[in-house]
Design a protein around this ligand. Structure first.
Ligand code: F6R
Length: 241
């Protein structure tokens, strides 16, 4: 595991460099987390793209997860996030953007289909992940099987509370269910870039990287992956030293 612990102002550039060195130049397949932490990385990529320093318009983008129960185009959906912060600014056509989606009353087939879709595009070259304050990885909450695949999950109360900040502070507006790539699915990525920022992640990060590997701390599965780079700010790293 490679680790870079950085001051806040270096977080985005360090993450961008770590990502770009690991991305193959030709049709890179980029696995993207959403949420607050990677936003600074996506803003940095957008900046470099607008200056003509990088060209990721040929990339294939594969999202980790999506809420269930939001309408198409809902501003809180991860599909909207990927469009606004990644695909749009980087000029990636919609046909090359893949976000899990549940159809109608039964979202389970949509989840299974997404697992196949990842295989069809050839897998993920670099998977960007964050970590939940409860140790979740994507929306694999504590208790998730380490060999889990893409599926429908219930969000924990802690995750719904943490994510209420994206829903105007209203926990009741945060969906209760989601589709998420499984822990085994995520670990098939050739390389993984874990981004962690802020004191609220310190305990989860230490448990994931130093503690035993197990379902109680889903992100601990990363200890079993052979190519993980961690970019953490000093607050997130504070329980590690
Ligand atoms: C988002 C995702 C989540 C987040 C995690 C951290 O696609 O899969 O696991 O990475 O909840 O979120 P932030 O960065 O908002 O603290």
């Amino acid at each position: 595991m490679k680790v870079r612990v950085v001051d806040d102002e270096m977080f985005a550039t360090t993450a961008a460099t770590a990502l770009l060195v690991n991305l193959p130049p030709d049709r890179p397949r980029l696995g993207v987390a959403t949420g607050g932490t990677p936003m600074r990385l996506y803003d940095e990529l957008a900046r470099r793209s607008s200056r003509g320093e990088i060209d990721l318009s040929g990339a294939v983008v594969i999202a980790l997860d999506e809420y269930l129960g939001l309408a198409d185009g809902d501003p809180h959906s991860y599909a909207t996030y990927v469009d606004e912060h990644i695909a749009g600014p980087l000029g990636i056509p919609a046909a090359n953007v893949h976000v899990p989606q549940g159809y109608g009353d039964d979202p389970a087939p949509g989840a299974a289909e997404f697992e196949d879709r990842i295989a069809e595009v050839g897998g993920v070259d670099v998977q960007i992940v964050g970590i939940g304050s409860n140790g979740h990885l994507a929306f694999n909450e504590p208790g998730s099987a380490l060999d889990s695949l893409t599926r429908v999950v219930e969000l924990s109360e802690q995750t719904r509370n943490d994510n209420a900040r994206f829903f105007g502070g209203r926990v009741d507006a945060v969906p209760r269910r989601a589709i998420t790539q499984g822990l085994a699915t995520i670990c098939r990525a050739r390389s993984i870039l874990l981004l962690a920022a802020g004191q609220t992640k310190a305990a989860a990060l230490a448990a994931a990287l130093r503690g035993p590997v197990g379902s109680d701390v889903p992100a601990s599965v990363l200890q079993r992956h052979g190519d993980v780079t961690v970019i953490a700010d000093r607050a997130a790293w504070s329980r590690m030293s």
